[in-house]
Design a protein around this ligand. Structure first.
Ligand code: ZN
Length: 184
């Protein structure tokens, strides 16, 4: 059992195939490595499971893609030996090496998309996010191995053939998650 990571999310359902933000969504030239949970900017993000902060870094930036803001990720190695990557934070409340408890706040959602810079040349999925007003979200990935972030991975998407090694569908991990429990 896990804790749902965003108490203030628009939905408490894992998006399924065919829905925006679903796992391995085909985005034309790229595939989505996790799921997106839409919520207002500054919404609190909770650890789904007890573990240790393995890495913190930049998830998106305008240097990578002009219509992105700078956001951060937190990678947690969990008690059940998975690696959960929480991404598109506006601020992070933990540091590398910290132990985090299930339900503990680890950061706040950031505004990842700069809608004024999205136009008809932008990827269709980005244009749809702008139209729907989904400019802030938690991007969530699960791996069974320590993930390695190198090209062709960028901003939560995979551009090459195959898949990142060890990548899992986060659906089974989050299905049945408990809502509204907060500790620490
Ligand atoms: Zn995403």
């Amino acid at each position: 059992m896990t804790t749902w990571p965003v108490p203030g999310s628009a939905s408490f359902q894992v998006p399924v195939e065919g829905q925006p933000g679903s796992f391995w969504e085909d985005r034309g030239d790229r595939f989505h490595c996790g799921i997106d949970i839409y919520a207002p900017a500054m919404s609190e993000v909770l650890a789904c499971e007890t573990g240790e902060v393995f890495d913190v870094g930049i998830a998106t930036s305008p240097e990578q893609t002009h219509y992105w803001n700078t956001t951060w990720y937190v990678l947690v190695k969990t008690r059940s030996n998975l690696y959960c990557r929480y991404a598109e934070f506006g601020d992070v409340l933990v540091r590398i090496g910290d132990r985090v408890l299930e339900g503990q706040a680890i950061g706040h959602i950031g505004t990842v998309i700069r809608p004024q810079l999205v136009d008809s040349c932008s990827p269709v999925y980005i244009q749809r996010l702008k139209l729907d007003g989904h400019v802030s979200m938690l991007h969530f990935e699960v791996y069974r191995l320590r993930p390695v972030y190198m090209r062709p991975y960028r901003g939560g998407n995979w551009f090459g053939n195959g898949r990142p090694e060890g990548l899992l569908d986060p659906g089974p991990y989050l299905r049945g998650a408990i809502h509204g429990i907060k500790k620490g």
